[in-house]
Design a protein around this ligand. Structure first.
Ligand SMILES: [Zn+2]
Length: 124
């Protein structure tokens, strides 16, 4: 039978997720600042960057790289927020699919996970 996590364990995961949330919020803010800088670089240059030149190509690449980092950080942030919400409503630590308790060791490694190993493997 599924067993709820001890309050002290939940508290520890809450702390881990909140730290993660803070870190990701900072990362996202930094990326947004950099994107703004890149945009300024792009619009302030005399000619618009030509993707066929090395300079234009690398700028386009930079922007693309920043965008995917940004998306990735936002995904992780929403997962951390989700997990914090589940701690609040008592569903944290149980697989969203099969409802079994997720082993603490797995939560230690992936505090934001919603699935047990089996269901997670089945998803990907
Ligand atoms: Zn499961």
């Amino acid at each position: 039978m599924a067993r709820a996590l001890a309050a002290s364990t939940l508290k520890r995961f809450r702390k881990m997720l909140e730290d993660e949330q803070t870190r990701l919020t900072d990362v996202i803010r930094e990326i947004e600042d950099e994107q703004e800088e890149l945009r300024l670089t792009e619009t302030s240059s005399e000619r618009s960057p030509d993707p066929n030149t090395a300079e234009g190509g690398s700028l386009a690449f930079e922007i693309e790289k920043e965008l995917s980092l940004h998306q990735n950080a936002k995904d992780l942030l929403s997962q951390a927020e989700d997990a914090l919400q589940r701690i609040g409503d008592g569903s944290y630590g149980f697989c969203a699919e099969c409802r079994t308790a997720i082993p603490v060791a797995r939560l230690e490694a992936l505090p934001h996970t919603r699935w047990c190993v089996t269901c997670s493997a089945a998803r990907y």
